[in-house]
Write a new protein. Structure first.
Length: 504
């Protein structure tokens, strides 16, 4: 970010800046659409006469587009003003929503979802970057707790909201209902959002843009193919390898540009140990959340016979608790630091996923609700401190790059989590069915194994959480490879001197 941005006076502690409140509201609206179509798959199959594999693309294409576009946002947010970024992002989202609502065919609907995702991809990095600039470090935990509502609860509430709307009418209502709300939020934001600092004039390396789209988009696409039931494992492996190879080329290109020009995604963010650890923990946490979000509706609807509405209502309390706890967790982080929250949160995540390994056709619904609520509470205790800690470990000129990298890896983790649990579940169920086991017990066994694999991966979060510092010494005051830990010398934690552009 520019020097003008860095010298902007801090807002009064204890108050959330208006620009952050409006961006949180807008981000909630747009991110809700990432998972809002999950319950609409059967309706799409019937209305547009497409197969289940094709219908799943309304969600897959959204994640794929997000993964391809987010790497560009670091450069984009430095080129334009806050108001311009907001107007472009929400305008693109509105255009995609309107196109989806009137789509005469599945192909047009898919195009609308891609346009929607392109607008959504800008909002989270814009919110995170703006927050890190205008909110004092010692108050970031509280404000980041409010942000949790947008970036974590919105995807969790998507299936529940869609279940309620689909009870009233067709899948088109999912877009018709969102359109006026998004338009109102856009108009309010354009009236109230202020520009934070001045944009920087910089060039963009179009080779990096193309390789990033092929790499991250290809990786998400390849991972999503593992969840298909049409035996495309060979194709999935090939696409994943190709995507990984493109990402390797992208990394090499960025390392070169860091020496000779302006990188599309500045990998020097990974030189900050706290940010790297936070990135790893957030990715695994998002993987666990999305994996559970895919498995639980399958369990409740296919094996327990619940309707989409009943499924949404059963899972809604967990999402609401997660959102309501966000501000409380943020204040606790400001007061006590990260470890009293992140370590118990990581342990709770493992316990909840471990509890789901005991699912059966007779498990009481209150146990399902309780385990889901435990998972959401654990994620709330983890996400807010880790977001704040990781971004706070970066110097201001890397905020936009750090937030774009975080958003990109979230989409990759979501695709990986979805592919992993569905593939494990399907493989186990198919093997048991081939051995003569009845369909329902085979599927239950597959789900148990899938939850077990997710719980095993979640164990890594406990190890990572133990390595995180209690809090950062100051906003980006750490050098590359430093521990990023411990209070400042004056003994007042969380209120170190701000970083300067010298670290660039």
């Amino acid at each position: 970010m520019s020097a003008v941005i860095q010298e902007r006076p801090a807002v009064q502690a204890g108050r959330t800046p208006m620009v952050v409140r409006l961006l949180v509201l807008a981000t909630f609206v747009v991110i809700l659409n990432e998972t809002i179509m999950i319950n609409a798959i059967p309706r799409l199959m019937d209305s547009l006469r497409v197969t289940e594999q094709s219908a799943q693309w309304v969600s897959t294409a959204f994640m794929l587009t997000m993964a391809a576009v987010i790497p560009v946002t670091g450069w984009f947010l430095q080129r334009v003003t806050t108001r311009q970024a907001y107007a472009i992002a929400m305008g693109v989202f509105l255009a995609g929503t309107a196109l989806s609502a009137v789509a005469p065919s599945f192909e047009v609907l898919l195009l609308g979802r891609i346009v929607q995702a392109a607008g959504t991809a800008v909002m989270m990095p814009l919110l995170m970057t703006t927050l890190m600039i205008v909110v004092p470090e010692h108050d970031r935990g509280r404000v980041m707790g409010n942000v949790t509502l947008a970036i974590s609860v919105a995807p969790a509430l998507g299936p529940a909201v869609s279940g309620l709307i689909l009870q009233v009418g067709s899948w088109r209502l999912l877009f018709v209902a969102v359109l006026p709300i998004a338009a109102l939020v856009t108009l309010l934001g354009l009236r109230k959002v202020e520009n934070i600092g001045d944009p920087q004039v910089s060039s963009i390396d179009w080779l990096s843009v193309g390789v990033a789209a092929l790499g991250f988009g290809g990786l998400v696409y390849g991972l999503s193919l593992f969840g298909d039931s049409d035996g495309s494992v060979g194709l999935a492996i090939g696409v994943v390898i190709s995507g990984a190879a493109a990402i390797a080329v992208f990394v090499i290109r960025q390392l070169k540009l860091q020496r000779t020009g302006v990188p599309l995604m500045d990998l020097r963010t990974l030189g900050h140990r706290t940010y790297s650890l936070s990135l790893a923990l957030m990715s695994i946490g998002f993987l666990a959340m999305l994996g559970a979000m895919i498995l639980l509706p399958l369990y409740l609807q296919n094996l327990r016979g619940l309707s989409p509405l009943e499924t949404g209502l059963l899972l809604m309390p967990g999402g609401l608790v997660m959102g309501l706890l966000g501000p409380t967790v943020g204040k606790a982080f400001d007061k006590f630091g990260s470890r009293p929250l992140v370590l118990p949160g990581s342990i709770g995540m493992v316990l909840a996923l471990g509890g789901f390994t005991q699912v059966s056709t007779t498990m009481p619904y209150w146990q399902v609700l309780g385990l889901h609520a435990l998972l959401m509470v654990s994620l709330a205790a983890t996400f807010t401190p880790v977001f704040t800690l990781g971004m706070g470990a970066l110097p201001p000129h890397l905020y936009s790059h750090g937030s774009s990298m975080l958003g990109t890896l979230q989409q990759v983790a979501a695709a990986f989590g979805t592919a992993l649990v569905v593939t494990v579940m399907s493989a186990r169920a198919s093997r048991l069915a081939a051995d003569g086991v009845a369909a329902v017990p085979a599927q239950v066994s597959g789900m148990k194994l899938a939850f077990g694999v997710a719980a095993a991966l979640a164990l890594v979060t406990i190890v990572v959480a133990a390595k995180l510092p209690h809090r950062v010494a100051g906003a980006g005051a750490q050098g590359h490879g430093s521990a990023d830990a411990g209070p400042p010398a004056d003994g007042h934690p969380g209120q170190g001197e701000p970083a300067t552009a010298k670290e660039a």
